[in-house]
Structure formats: C-alpha cells, structure tokens
Design a protein around this ligand. Structure first.
Ligand code: NA7
Length: 503
C-alpha cells in the first residue's frame, strides 16, 4: 500500500461494527472504501474468541442485523462459530471483502487540514488517506493481562481467553482460571469436564440468571426462512425483554428499585436452586446491586462448583510462581495450565484504540482523559472533522451490540445526507452540542443503578478511571434511535473542501 492512495473512507476494524458502517457508506454511494483489520480475517470478537463454550450471550434472533436476519441459528443462544459464519455470510452478501485488508495494524490517524482528509498510519510505515475515518475497533478488543506478579515465571501453559490454543492439552490436567466474568461463566463448565482438578480464582462474584436456551427446532427454522415476519416477531420479543431489563432494572433504578430487585432475585433463586452449601453460596453471591456490571446467563456455571474436583478460591492472589498460584494467606494451588479469563482494558488501552489527532493537534485519548469521556450521540467529537468513532463513550445502547450498530448507521444516514444537501463534504460536531449531550447523559445517569445504586465493589468495566459510568448510553434504545434520525442538523457545521458554506 503506498501513501498516495486516497479513499472515500477508511474504516478500522472488520467486525460487525465496521461491516455495518461499510454497508451504510455503500448505501450512501461511497464505494471507494478500505477496511483495515489487524487480525487475519473478518468477524472481530467472533474471529478472535474461540475458547470452549463460546456462545452469544444475547438471544440470537436479536444479536444480528435487523436487515439481514439469519433463520439458521441452531440454538436460541448460538455458539460462537455460527456468529463467525454469519459474519462471513454478511461480508459476502454485501460484497465487503473486496474492501478489506487483513493483518494490517493501524498505529494512528491524524487530520490533515490542508488536504481535508485523514492520514492513517500503518505499522511498517505506510500511510492510507481517506476523506472520512471510521473507527470500529470494538469495546472488548484490548485484552487485559492481569497485573499479578510472577506470571512470566510460570513454567506451565498460560492462555488468555482471547488467544485460545487448541494445542494446549487440558485432559486430566490441574487447571487454574483467573476471572469470573461472562467469558469465564461460559468457559468454566467446559474446563471442568476436561480437568483433573480445576481451581477458579474469583475476585468479584457475578450475577447469573437461568438461560432459556435450547436447539431451535427444524420446523421453526423453516418458518423463519419461509416467513421472515415470524423471526421478526421473535426478535421483537427478545429485544423487548432485554429493553425492559435494561431500562427498568438498570437505568431507572431510582424510580423503579423493585424492577432491579426482581433481576437480583431471579439470579439469587437460581443460585439457591443450584447450590445447597451455604458457604459456597455465600462466595457466589454478589455484594453489589444487580446491573452494576454485566450479568450473564448460564445453567451450568453454579453446579460446576459443587463437583468434587472443582475449587472456588476467593482469597486474593499474591503471586504466581513456576508451579502454581500463591494466595495472600500463604496457601498455594499447584497447576499445570493457567487460564486468564481477565477480560479487556477499555479505559486505558481503548477509547480510542489507536492514537487519533484532530484539528489543532487535539489528541482524542488525551482530551478524553484530561476532560471527560464523551462523544456526541456516542459517535462524533468536536475538532475531529469527518470522524466517526463507533466505539465511544455513551455509544453502547441496550444490550445487543446490533442495536448500537444500527442506531449509528441511522445517524450516519442523516448526517451524510444533510452534509451533501449543504453541498459540503466536511462535517464537524460543535463543542456546544457535545457539551449539551454530555450534560444530558450525566443527568440521566443520576437515575441509574450506576449512580444511585451500590456499585463500589462491582469493579465493573462500565466505569472509567474517574468512577463515571460512561460506557452505556443511559437512555432507552428507542430514544437513541429516535435521536439518530432526528438530531438537530445545526449541531454540526459543514463546509466544502472548495469553499466554506454556512451550516
Ligand atoms: P470481564 O467481564 O471484564 O471479566 C474479567 C474477570 O477477570 C473479572 O472477574 C475480573 O475480576 C477478573 N480479573 C481481571 N483482572 C484480575 C486480576 N488481576 N486478579 C483477579 N481477577 C482479575 O471480561 P469477560 O471476558 O469475562 O467478559 C467481557 C464481556 O464479553 C462480557 O461482559 C460480555 O458482554 C461478553 P473483577 O471483576 O475485576 O474483580
């Protein structure tokens, strides 16, 4: 790739977010797109994650593009490999592969004021230019390596869940797992099946609710394929349940505390039914309010801890040595394979995932950290013309990522059409609009479990380093979508690369 190339748009990331953005840009008539992806294939999370037990944690009919339903999901919660195949299907159907370049690591991007374009730097020194820059680098894409002393001294295998290796022999081995987030909840029952002994190191307990999962009968799949309306109804039901959980149970915590309590009780009863030992039950019971961190679904997680060869260790880890994990009280667990289910670093390594420098040298990561994390409508930032930051503070709306993707596609549609109507090709959101949006989100957060509930011990990735829950948009998805199709055009300034035009 030479530095001479100038594209309509450069998209960073070939996951579902990047593909949705590419589909939208194509609909708007931009065809010279380049999608840069650091991995060797498309699919984002669903390409990277391959650990045993991987499945979607949202009902599949809801976790897909509404305009591209998949009638072939084998289960209500489809396994990860099906999501990867769905991503490939979308890429083929919408002819996106020709835009994609794999194993290309983007190191940064800066706005070139004279050329009114983005200059995107690649590892190795090459540059790519685009009129528009879209970062679709994911929320959960920068793995967190735990800051535990001595991991590098461990003589056995160490595997992070995002770098799963099928060649690591688990059969009959002494396995240690650090972490009890949603990933661990899926993985632990699978590891217990293979392990000779399994020790789970838990720092914070997680809310787990029953999983209404099962195979989708052939007749239902056939109905979905023949009469797409039936699947749209299934999607609506799934989305509505998630929406009620989110809006009533989490966002309106102050007004509707009983809704939150129902969520917590469903999980507690599930634990009561599955675990009888009071000591074990106490260890598995969260000490923070429901919704402070992402709850998950499983029918096999709690029972795993009742098996004789599985230990749940809640004493904190002091360090790791060559043969195992040493706890703060001096006890040790000897292990052969150490699995790091330690999640992702959102607030240091992400937001943004690459260095982005806009007008007047404004560095996005530094600006967010020196001020407050915010993107207007979760997508644009003042002093960053022609830039759509798809994984931004306040962008995640609802519980299915596809809701966010499609809301952002709607925002793009309105924005680009308004810009072109103004005979312009450059857009920039105003500082005023950004500040007003931030003020509004801050006020709404006051009603949510994040501010009004008890979240101090949750250690939730929803919170940034300043203790603000700036990841999720504290509105309903319906309101987010309504704003995406109706936001005041005056919140943006437009100009043409030929001459300035009034907004
Ligand atoms: P999460 O939800 O961030 O979970 C990571 C887990 O790892 C969590 O239990 C952490 O405990 C634990 N962790 C991280 N660092 C340490 C150290 N140093 N010591 C002990 N324990 C540690 O990531 P997941 O991958 O499980 O899930 C991510 C999302 O994927 C999920 O929300 C779904 O949307 C899909 P902590 O809670 O910080 O005490």
């Amino acid at each position: 790739m030479s530095s001479e190339q100038m594209h309509d748009a450069v998209i960073v990331g070939a996951g579902f977010g990047g593909m949705g953005a590419a589909i939208q840009l194509r609909r708007l008539g931009y065809d010279d797109l380049v999608v840069l992806e650091r991995e060797d294939d498309l699919g984002g999370t669903w390409h990277v994650n391959r650990y045993p037990g991987l499945a979607v944690d949202i009902p599949s009919a809801t976790y897909s593009y509404s305009f591209e339903p998949n009638p072939h999901w084998s289960r209500l919660f489809a396994p990860g490999a099906e999501l990867k195949r769905y991503a490939e299907h979308v890429a083929d159907k919408y002819d996106l592969r020709r835009h994609m370049r794999f194993s290309v690591v983007v190191t940064g991007a800066r706005w070139d004021e004279d050329g009114s374009c983005w200059v995107v730097s690649l590892e190795g020194g090459d540059e790519v230019r685009g009129r528009y820059l879209l970062t679709a680098t994911g929320f959960l894409s920068q793995p967190r390596m735990p800051d535990i002393a001595g991991i590098e001294d461990f003589a056995g295998e160490v595997v992070h869940t995002t770098r799963w290796r099928d060649d690591v022999d688990l059969e009959g081995k002494r396995i240690g797992v650090i972490g009890t987030g949603a990933t661990a909840v899926q993985l632990i029952p699978e590891l217990a099946r293979a392990a000779g002994h399994l020790t789970v190191f838990q720092r914070t307990a997680i809310y787990v609710s029953p999983k209404l999962d099962g195979p989708v009968p052939g007749a239902v799949r056939a109905a979905f394929a023949r009469v797409p309306l039936t699947q749209r109804i299934a999607r609506l039901v799934g989305s509505s349940i998630l929406e009620v959980m989110m809006v009533a149970g989490v966002l309106h915590f102050r007004d509707l505390p009983w809704a939150n309590r129902i969520g917590a009780q469903v999980c507690r009863r599930h634990l009561d039914r599955q675990v009888k030992d009071p000591e074990l039950k106490a260890k598995l019971t969260p000490d923070y309010d429901f919704g402070c961190k992402r709850p998950t679904f499983s029918n096999t997680y709690f029972p795993t801890f009742t098996k004789p060869h599985v230990d749940l260790e809640t004493t904190s880890i002091d360090h790791v040595d060559a043969t195992g994990v040493v706890l703060a009280d001096g006890r040790r667990a000897d292990i052969d394979v150490l699995v790091l289910a330690t999640g992702f670093n959102l607030w240091d390594a992400n937001f943004p995932a690459i260095q982005v420098v806009g007008r007047e040298g404004r560095d996005l990561g530094k600006w967010w950290r020196d001020n407050r994390f915010c993107a207007y409508e979760g997508i644009t930032v003042p002093k960053f013309p022609n830039f759509l930051s798809l994984n931004s503070p306040y962008s995640y709306s609802g519980l299915s990522y596809f809701t966010t993707i499609e809301t952002q596609m709607a925002h793009m549609d309105r924005l680009f059409r308004a810009m072109r109507k103004a005979d312009a090709d450059v857009f920039e959101v105003s500082e005023r609009a950004n500040q007003e949006f931030l003020d509004r989100m801050t006020e709404l957060l006051g009603n949510s479990v994040f501010n009004a509930g008890s979240c101090a011990t949750a250690r939730s990735y929803y919170f940034n380093q300043h203790g603000e829950a700036t990841l999720l948009r504290p509105t309903s998805t319906i309101s987010a979508h309504r704003e995406a199709v109706r936001f005041p055009i005056g919140d943006y300034r437009f100009h043409s690369t030929r001459e300035r035009v009034p907004a």
